[in-house]
Design a protein around this ligand. Structure first.
Ligand code: HGY
Ligand code: MN
Ligand code: MN
Length: 422
């Protein structure tokens, strides 16, 4: 399959148009994008993607979690489908490409194939997954997890966002979770292919256009609550305090130091913290902070967490404070499907496109699908490795190379006599 220079120009223009179009949903004045699950901007974005799917001639439909699918039916009447796409939600004040690029790539690739090659032999579906980031509710991968059965509404019943809005309430206000749409659990997916920005700097530094992901790191997230005693900042001698903030500061310092010293490539992040009563002249009685810990080896991750939380207990009691640690995410490291990875590599070698096989330090929906069906994750470079920020940027020519690769993979899997993904 050859894509001419003229067709490449057309793809280039389409990409520029769609990236700005999708980023307009939830864009703020500093050009950051916030589309949290079931919010108004999230709903407008899903509706816009649905409209786009219909304009391309796909059969657009939702499931009851709010995942949106656009189906290009195959000629051979298979029941199963090849799925490509990514997540529509973003972090707070995120960028234009994280998640969005995978959806845009799927839309453009399927439109190109339909216009140039007609209907495929096998069904192809583009999916706009409802949620991946865990940025509104303390739960990640709600979209892919609902499809694979890894997540269920029962497990989400107790969740609420920072404003106290309950998960089920937000879901129903957006029109989902009431049986109006098909149950999200599926067992008819041949494979899942996700295009995503690297969110790191390796590809750009090494001058590679594509990252073929062989492994995705394991990831755990916790909420740590330190309970002390709030008291007067002026009349409470230092030795008499049960200062939750002081204890939290020591815990965070210990975490960072141990993360640096324990294992290369282990990363630990405290991204959120809040104090109560959060007043300048009151000793904090309560400190609540998040922890995100990642490593490519499940044993290293397990041992580090066992050890650090033992040390946490000793520090907390020295401050006369009580500790509660809530683990709300635990994703194992995964190895991506070899068959699919080899299809990408052979196309890239044939087209002489510089690529790198690599591990992903970011979590992705492919990590969830990979435990359920053959899955493949492909990266395009992130400028300076910046992501989860309004300064996220990827050159359109790089976005286009990724989409040309997706077109060729889907063509091989769905139009020729299928790929032999294991
Ligand atoms: O946090 C992550 O790894 C991804 O961006 N959700
Ligand atoms: Mn992200
Ligand atoms: Mn993402």
């Amino acid at each position: 399959m050859i894509i001419s220079a003229e067709q490449s120009m057309a793809l280039y223009k389409q990409i520029e148009e769609l990236v700005d179009w999708l980023a307009s949903f939830g864009r703020n004045e500093s050009n950051g994008v916030t589309r949290s699950l079931y919010s108004k901007d999230w709903q407008l974005a899903q509706r816009a993607v649905e409209k786009r799917m219909k304009e391309i001639g796909l059969h657009a439909y939702y499931d009851d979690a709010g995942n949106l699918f656009g189906r290009l039916p195959g000629r051979q009447g298979h029941d199963s489908a090849i799925l490509t796409g990514s997540h529509i939600d973003t972090v707070v004040n995120g960028g234009k490409y994280d998640g969005a690029y995978g959806i845009i790539a799927g839309l453009i690739a399927v439109q190109y194939l339909k216009e140039h090659y007609g209907l495929p032999k096998k069904n192809i579906e583009v999916v706009s997954l409802c949620e991946e980031e865990g940025s509104r509710f303390p739960m990640t991968y709600w979209g892919s997890g609902s499809i694979t059965g890894m997540k269920s509404l029962e497990k989400a019943q107790h969740l609420a966002d920072a404003e106290g809005i309950r998960f089920v309430e937000a879901m129903q206000q957006a029109g989902f979770g009431q049986g109006k749409y098909p149950d999200p659990k599926r067992n008819d997916i041949d494979c899942f292919i996700e295009l995503h920005i690297e969110q790191g700097e390796v590809l750009e530094r090494e001058g590679k256009s594509i990252g073929v992901v062989s492994h995705i790191v394991g990831q755990r997230r916790y909420t740590v609550t330190v309970a002390g005693e709030s008291n007067h900042a002026g009349t409470t001698p230092m030795g008499w305090r049960k200062d939750a903030m002081h204890a939290a500061a020591e815990l965070i310092q210990l975490l960072m130091q141990q993360a640096k010293e324990t294992a290369p490539d282990l990363v630990a992040t405290v991204g959120q913290i809040h104090l109560e009563p959060n007043a300048a002249n009151v000793i904090p009685g309560k400190a609540v902070f998040s922890i995100d810990i990642r490593h490519s080896d499940e044993c290293v991750l397990f041992q580090f967490c066992e050890e650090i939380f033992k040390q946490f207990a000793a520090v907390a009691s020295r401050h006369g404070t009580r500790l509660h640690i809530d683990k709300w995410m635990d994703e194992k490291p995964v190895k991506m499907c070899k068959g699919l990875t080899e299809i990408s590599e052979s196309i890239l070698k044939r087209e002489q496109i510089p690529f790198k096989k690599m591990t992903s330090g970011a979590g992705h929906d492919s990590q969830v699908f990979d435990q359920f069906c053959p899955a493949s994750l492909l990266f395009v470079p992130s400028h300076k490795g910046i992501s989860h920020s309004p300064y996220e940027f990827t050159r359109t020519e790089d976005l286009e190379k990724g989409i040309q690769l997706l077109i060729k993979i889907l063509y091989q899997l769905a139009y020729e006599d299928g790929g032999n993904e294991q």
